[in-house]
Design a protein around this ligand. Sequence first.
Ligand SMILES: Cc1cc2nc3c(=O)[nH]c(=O)nc-3n(C[C@H](O)[C@H](O)[C@H](O)COP(=O)(O)OP(=O)(O)OC[C@H]3O[C@@H](n4cnc5c(N)ncnc54)[C@H](O)[C@@H]3O)c2cc1C
Length: 339
Amino acid sequence: MQLEENKSLKSLNTFGIDAFAKYFVEINTIADAQTFFAEKKFDPEKKLILGGGSNLLFTKNYDGLVVKNSIEGIEITKEDDNHVWLKAKAGTIWHQLVLYAVANNWGGIENLSLIPGLCGAAPMQNIGAYGVELKDVFISLEALNLESNQIQIFNHADCEFGYRESVFKNKFKNQFLIVSITLKLNKKPVYNISYGAIQTTLEHNGIMEPTVKSISDAVIQIRSSKLPNPAELGNAGSFFKNPEIPKQQYEQLQLQYPLLPSYKGSIPNHVKIPAGWLIEQCGWKGKQIGHTGSHKYQALVLVNYGNATGDEIYKLAQDIIASVKEKFGVELTPEVNLV
Ligand SMILES: Cc1cc2nc3c(=O)[nH]c(=O)nc-3n(C[C@H](O)[C@H](O)[C@H](O)COP(=O)(O)OP(=O)(O)OC[C@H]3O[C@@H](n4cnc5c(N)ncnc54)[C@H](O)[C@@H]3O)c2cc1C
């Protein structure tokens, strides 16, 4: 555990932004973390926990301490005939946990295959894809309180999960270092293949009886064909959340835009509309501005064509928000954490 100064974060965020951290430390064990934070020499307001850097936009250099979480490992903590309780340390790569579950035919997270990032960040925004969210399998997590330096347990209700939301993204932002998560997976899996192109991809692959593995493979196939690979083109996945608007507002908008798509929302009397559709209608899809732009196949994904600064991408995001607001009266909010 070595404290570094003026550390480049370029290779540590999937946007590939060349921001610098004033201080940087990589933590490999909980004990390391507790020893380090016991010294209390850092301004508590200026700490940032970094996982895989796949849901962050550094808009400027970070004038504080960046803590890279590399506490790794997976263990079974409990098991019965029907379920298995898996505890993954926060620095474990999320997709590795998925592959471990898939290899054992344990169901629950196969639809979340290939989501970049580490397990510790998964509860942050209640990661979700293809009709499944982390909250569907989540039991609890352990987190180090950065003020008291003690480990606290958060159960499902404590996390206040919502659509791409949790307490850790809001009221407890940067106050806890999540060190492990525990999930309950199903030994007799129930499949969820109705969402997106899973069903058609399975059919295309000649799969009549889905398995945890064939669903995971299908999701990997779909994602690989649809989303830009951050290793080739800097991005952080969906930049904005899909807005949830009151039903009444939706009906009004539909009079003007009969093709406006909608999905079931998480808020009563609201519907969710795809942010990508709104952005595309405003003419942003595939548009390149300087070193940044909206992706040519996925309007919702903002990309770094090579040398973009975080501020440039932030400004593009602001322009997109303003044009969607002007055309549809709908406010987009970033899903990506702005730093
Ligand atoms: C190509 C692509 C596709 C994506 N697809 C999806 C998708 O389908 N669904 C989805 O939900 N997301 C998706 N994402 C977003 C991202 O992968 C997830 O949000 C992921 O969980 C972020 O993990 P990370 O380790 O990279 O977190 P980081 O980007 O490092 O951090 C994200 C936030 O969590 C905080 N944080 C990280 N680790 C900890 C910790 N241990 N304790 C406390 N706070 C912590 C950070 O401070 C930051 O605020 C996608 C991203 C990309 C690049």
